[in-house]
Design a protein around this ligand. Sequence first.
Ligand code: NAP
Length: 253
Amino acid sequence: MVLEQFALTGKIALVTGCNTGLGQGMAVGLAQAGCDIIGVNITEPAETRQHIERLGRRFLNIAADLSRYENLQSVADEAAAVFGRIDILVNNAGIIRRQDALAFTEQDWDDVMNVNLKTVFFLSQAVAKQFIKQESGGKIINIASMLSFQGGIRVPSYTASKSGVMGITRLMANEWAKHKVNVNAIAPGYMSTNNTEQLRADAERSSEILERIPAGRWGLPSDLMGPVVFLASAASDYVNGYTVAVDGGWLAR
Ligand code: NAP
């Protein structure tokens, strides 16, 4: 029956950057659907652990800095070893730097591109090899942005990285569909998390943004629970390379 296709009972999901914000919301949503969760974080995810263990699911954290390429293979190896397999990867960890394009520095370019794009590709590559070794298929869900579709203002490296995320989502989907690995992305709209703290603190930008959202509110981490469970489940087995906007209608305007 169709609802059974959404169940994730006993699946193992690796979620990067799940100590707070959207990553925490998605980790908890996946656990509610039946997953055990492996987090990858710099900051100890004590609150996330509590939420997940309260649901009766297992939670293990791997402490790692995802801005460093040399850490990625060992993250994938440790994740595969801990519960014996991986079924789902959510590439959520991301950063943003805000500065006028004329004053933007190389450091702000490289830092953002490393975490938001290079790491998404190479961690996906390492986990896809594990999926293929398991002969089980797998699900990769990347976190894109409205700035995968639009230019944005004062966030050059963020726009470049998130536009790149939508592109490599398609590329990885094309190459790995034959291994039953689905690669898709979620593009959140304007969500109330640390990432948008500066925007929400700016009364003028904040009201400009709010006025343009047809749903009339900023998004919440819980708004991503349904979409991530769908893309992680058998219900989306024939969805490949697509970026789903979860934006209260922002892109429809
Ligand atoms: P957030 O609260 O700032 O969360 C970002 C997460 O990434 C945190 O867990 C952070 O850890 C982690 N992280 C950053 N750099 C890392 C690194 N080098 N190694 C390991 N973990 C790292 O922001 P958020 O809004 O939830 O963002 C989650 C994702 O959604 C990001 O990819 C973001 O670009 C994307 N997004 C957000 C919005 C929005 O409106 N909020 C919209 C579109 C897309 P720490 O807490 O330890 O720094």
